[in-house]
Design a protein around this ligand. Structure first.
Ligand SMILES: [Zn+2]
Length: 451
């Protein structure tokens, strides 16, 4: 078919508009709360909540109606709103959608072999990511923070932008860029390759303060919301020692300076005691894992207001799993060693009343297991639910839009079969998920009354 010049011009203008608006969204993880969401606005709807959790206070109210209009919660009241379709969740426990603050979304997450990243193109990893993101939603996690990837094509940022543009389904997302790591450090994904088989140096390997600054700027250039530093050794790679601090305090402070100046934030993988404290002193925004936190470190995080994302379950699960999913015995041995530090450190974190958010750092099918692990570790069920909702929202600087069910917030709402404030394991039975006012899962008999 012959296209007219005019049609070409319209197509070009449309393409420009779509990419320009996606670009505008990618500029900031916190667009103005009044900015319209790009997906078409669903018609007004209401949810009848049999039990509704006020996650701030732990109070549970019965038989309230949540009215939803233009992606947002309009009101919460005892009166049924007139003239709108009502979703009947009167048999369920209704609460805000949850937030995962330590997600890795790209590739086949069940492949734990050291070379897994090298067997897949960026395109394929990203398509896997599209599939993986649906699991986050199905488990009731309507927002996530990607904790970094080693994908040279930044597939995680493409997925974030595709969700924002309404092209694909997925949680609201903020994302880190590529891991910034020392040569041979925890984030050097080639540290299992023999010296005469080495590939060209990866872009975010940084051995000096200046190299850290360049790597941070590179991530910002391609649209990262967060900078992910590998502050200490870790478990999954084959050469690093998790007890050892890798990036210097000076390097981490430089990353904070460059990132904060650009309005971005910094999350740091930190297992070993000294690395945790150096990261906190450097002014980072969140410590990931914190598995060997000591009393001095806990006091420092408390004083600085640094967030902790403890990722308890992934190591517990990893020890159970053994080498069954291709994990190298070297990693398994490290995992068995590090697990002994976990509970004492988490007890210190609770005693110091640190700001704690939920992060899975594992396959998304296990998301509820992290919430349960927080309770086994000493939180009350309500505290764990708060870590998964209001705390996650606060860490993402999104307290004005998600984390509670209140007028003005985005309609990210889930329902559970059971009461997780009594038995946290009920969190496994997510039967209904709404994100942005759109139902993405409904396992209940759809009993809704038409107006
Ligand atoms: Zn991680």
């Amino acid at each position: 078919m012959k296209r007219t010049l005019f049609a070409d011009a319209v197509a070009l203008a449309t393409a420009f508009f779509v990419s320009a608006s996606a670009y505008a969204q990618s500029l900031s993880p916190t667009p103005s709360p009044t900015a319209p969401t790009p997906s078409p606005s669903p018609s007004p709807i209401a949810i009848k909540a049999g039990r509704l959790l006020d996650v701030k206070t732990g109070k549970i109210a019965n038989n309230l109606y949540i009215s939803i209009e233009n992606h947002r919660i309009k009101s919460v009241s005892a009166e049924a709103p007139a003239g709108v379709r009502v979703i009947d969740l009167s048999g369920a426990f209704v609460m805000p959608g949850m937030v995962d603050c330590h997600a890795h979304i790209l590739g086949d997450l069940s492949d734990l072999s050291p070379g897994s990243s090298f067997r897949m193109s960026s395109a394929k990893k990203t398509l896997w990511g599209m599939k993986n993101l649906k699991v986050w939603l199905a488990k009731g996690f309507t927002a996530l923070r990607d904790a970094g990837e080693d994908d040279l094509g930044y597939g995680q940022l493409a997925l974030r932008d595709a969700i924002n543009a309404g092209w694909i389904d997925g949680p609201r997302m903020q994302s880190s860029g590529s891991y910034i790591s020392l040569n041979g450090g925890h984030g050097d994904s080639e540290d299992f390759i023999a010296p005469d088989q080495e590939l060209p140096r990866r872009p975010n390997i940084a051995d000096t303060v200046d190299e850290v600054a360049s790597a941070v700027r590179r991530d910002i250039k391609y649209g990262a919301d967060w900078i992910k530093l590998m502050g200490t050794g870790g478990v999954a790679d084959l050469t690093s020692d998790f007890k050892v601090q890798e990036l210097s305090e000076e390097q981490m402070a430089k990353a904070v300076e460059v990132a904060h100046r650009a309005g971005k934030r910094v999350m740091v993988h930190a297992e070993g005691t000294e690395g945790i404290k150096a990261a906190a002193r450097a002014g980072v925004d969140s410590i990931e894992h914190g598995t060997m936190l000591d009393d001095e470190g806990a006091a420092l995080l408390a004083q600085k207001g640094t967030w902790l994302v403890p990722t308890l379950y992934t190591f517990q699960h990893g020890v159970e799993q053994g080498t069954s999913q291709g994990k190298d015995p070297i990693s398994l041995a490290k995992e068995k060693e590090i697990i002994s530090y976990q509970q004492p450190a988490f007890t210190r974190a609770l005693r110091a009343r640190l700001k704690i958010a939920v992060g899975i750092d594992d396959e998304p099918q296990y998301l509820p297991k992290e919430v349960e692990a927080l309770v086994r570790g000493g939180m009350t069920p309500l505290q764990a639910l708060q870590a998964a909702t209001i705390n996650g929202a606060a860490l993402l600087n999104w307290s004005d839009r998600i984390g509670t069910i209140e007028p003005g917030k985005f309609a990210d709402i889930i329902a559970i079969d059971g009461d997780p404030t009594h038995d946290i394991n009920a969190i496994e039975k997510v039967v209904f998920v709404m994100k942005d006012g759109v139902i993405v899962k409904n396992d209940l008999t759809p009993k809704s009354s038409e107006p």
